[in-house]
Structures are given as structure tokens and as C-alpha cells.
Design a protein around this ligand. Structure first.
Ligand SMILES: *[C@@H]1O[C@H](CO)[C@@H](O)[C@H](O)[C@H]1NC(C)=O
Ligand SMILES: *[C@@H]1O[C@H](CO)[C@@H](O)[C@H](O)[C@H]1NC(C)=O
Ligand SMILES: *[C@@H]1O[C@H](CO)[C@@H](O)[C@H](O)[C@H]1NC(C)=O
Length: 263
């Protein structure tokens, strides 16, 4: 167990910017189609368009990581005050952006584009193609929505379980996880491997109702985060979304320069 956590501490330290929500000056570009992100690398599928009202984005590999960046939220604003709102908007990462020219850090969905633009200026921004932005990592806030586990279609009960975590609140990354069998069978624990993006799987799922334990990292710290006991019923089914009654709310210790002025 200690070794397990240690491994994640190591991962945490090697993950860029993990301890700091600093203000980063960079550039962003846009998807021209609103559906551009429904096939994102995180594997959220069409559900991505529901996250943050479709304010979704593809992010560079240093943010995306191996998928740890999936579900991370950022506040982003465009620096041109004649075209953009000074308040910017919040976006959530649903895809990876491999910019070979290393010019841009994000590709924004058209809804995110509309949200950062002053009224009627979104077409102008789209025409510019690349804009100067500044961004900072912020906690994800899903009002009234708890952490949710979606059992992927290709799962095969009772042993092969693939899940993704939706509506991950707070300012943490998920570095690992395990699925725990019922409390009266405490030794039934299976390690989850990251399959891709936000999708985790195991071919040794315990039987009975299931509880998840994720290793989450916030700042320089990592800890276990437990879903409520038996969040998946014993007869869990592929394609079904199970709402937990818990939510992550950890935030980073903000030791870095914030973006200013920033509303
Ligand atoms: C903002 O964008 C407009 C239109 O493209 C441009 O004329 C102006 O120079 C830009 N301002 C800054 C500060 O970049
Ligand atoms: C899960 O299973 C255990 C053992 O069978 C049972 O005691 C517990 O009430 C179940 N929990 C839920 C939420 O169904
Ligand atoms: C979220 O969990 C809380 C308990 O922590 C519960 O009271 C609330 O009803 C849940 N919300 C939803 C939308 O399920």
C-alpha cells in the first residue's frame, strides 16, 4: 500500500506544473466545428459537449500528460481587449493537442470561443485563427453534480470493468485507482490501469457492489479519495452512468503569480 502511494507521489512530482496554478502567457487556436471535440483523446465522447456547457478544449501534452489532464479546468482569456471579454471563461480539457510548431497551448471549442469573445466578435477571432491568451488552472465546479462513474460499453460483467470518471470537481488530477469489493470481502481489491484518456480498466473486477478509491493529487500532495460504498451495484451494466454522493473539492495552494487583472 505504501509503495503504491509512493509511486503516485513520484508521478505527481514529475507532472509539469502540478504544484502551482501559475498564470501562463501563450496562444490558443480554435476548432471550427462544434463537434470537433466529441471524439477527444480523453474518451468522454459526446458527453464532452455537456461538460461545462461545451466549453471544452484540447491541451498540449504537458497538460494532458498520459490522460491525467483529462477533466482539468482552466480559466482562459484572450488578451485583445477590443475583441475579448476581460473575464475570459472556464474550460475543461477533453482532448490532447499535438502542436508540432509549439505555438499554441489549447484548441478551444466554438462554444468556448464564443464565451471569451465580446458579443459578435467570435467570427473575427476565428478569422485570426491564433490569438494571444493567458490562462491559469482553476478548480472545476459542477454545481449540484457529484462525481460520476460511467461504465464503458465494452465492459464485460462480471470481470472486465472499464470506467471513466465524469464531473471531477476540484483542482486535482487522478493518478491511479483501485476498485474494492464489498466491505465484508475486504481482500477483493483490483488495481485499475489507465486504458486511455480518462478511461480506466481491470479484468479482475471483484463481485458484489463496488467502491472506488482513486489516488488524487493536489499541489504537492497526494491522497486517496473514496467514492461512497457500493457506488456500482453488484449487477452493474455497460453503458450506464452511476452517480456517487461524493465530490472532490481539493484546491491547489496558490504559491504562484496569478493572472492580473483577473475577474
Ligand atoms: C486587437 O485586434 C484588432 C483586430 O484584429 C487589431 O486591430 C488590434 O491591433 C488588436 N489589438 C491588440 C492589442 O493586439
Ligand atoms: C454492498 O454489499 C455489502 C455486502 O454484501 C452490503 O452489506 C452493503 O449494504 C451493500 N451496499 C450497497 C450500497 O448496496
Ligand atoms: C450529491 O451528494 C450529496 C451528498 O453528499 C447529496 O445530498 C446530493 O443529493 C447529491 N447530488 C446529486 C445530484 O445526486
Amino acid at each position: 500500500m505504501a509503495i503504491f502511494l509512493f509511486l503516485f507521489f513520484f508521478l505527481l512530482f514529475t507532472y509539469a506544473n502540478a504544484g502551482c496554478s501559475q498564470c501562463i502567457q501563450s496562444k490558443a487556436t480554435f476548432f471550427s466545428s462544434s463537434n470537433g471535440l466529441s471524439s477527444g483523446a480523453c474518451g468522454y465522447g459526446p458527453l464532452a459537449l455537456d461538460l461545462y456547457g461545451g466549453h471544452v478544449a484540447a491541451a498540449i501534452p504537458s497538460i494532458y500528460g498520459n490522460g491525467e489532464g483529462c477533466g482539468a479546468c482552466f480559466q482562459i482569456k484572450c488578451k485583445n481587449s477590443t475583441l475579448c471579454k476581460s473575464s475570459g471563461t472556464h474550460i475543461v480539457v477533453t482532448d490532447i493537442h499535438n502542436d508540432k510548431t509549439k505555438t499554441t497551448d489549447f484548441v478551444l471549442s466554438s462554444k468556448a470561443l464564443t464565451a471569451i469573445a465580446l458579443p459578435g466578435k467570435d467570427k473575427h477571432l476565428l478569422h485570426l485563427g491564433i490569438i494571444d491568451v493567458e490562462y491559469t488552472r482553476v478548480p472545476c465546479v459542477y454545481k449540484g453534480q457529484n462525481l460520476t462513474i460511467r461504465v464503458e460499453e465494452f465492459s464485460k460483467p462480471p470481470n472486465y470493468l472499464a470506467i471513466k470518471v465524469l464531473y471531477q470537481g476540484g483542482q486535482t488530477l487522478i493518478f491511479g485507482g483501485e476498485v474494492l469489493g464489498p466491505v465484508d470481502q475486504p481482500h477483493h481489491i483490483a488495481f485499475l490501469s489507465r486504458k486511455y484518456g480518462a478511461v480506466w480498466d481491470t479484468d479482475r473486477a471483484p463481485t458484489g457492489n463496488l467502491t472506488f478509491r482513486f489516488v488524487i493529487g493536489s499541489g504537492f500532495d497526494a491522497r486517496y479519495f473514496y467514492t461512497n460504498e457500493g457506488v456500482l451495484p453488484a449487477n452493474w451494466k455497460p453503458g450506464v452512468i452511476y452517480n456517487s454522493i461524493v465530490q472532490i473539492s481539493d484546491v491547489l495552494i496558490n504559491g504562484c503569480e496569478p493572472c492580473k487583472p483577473w475577474k
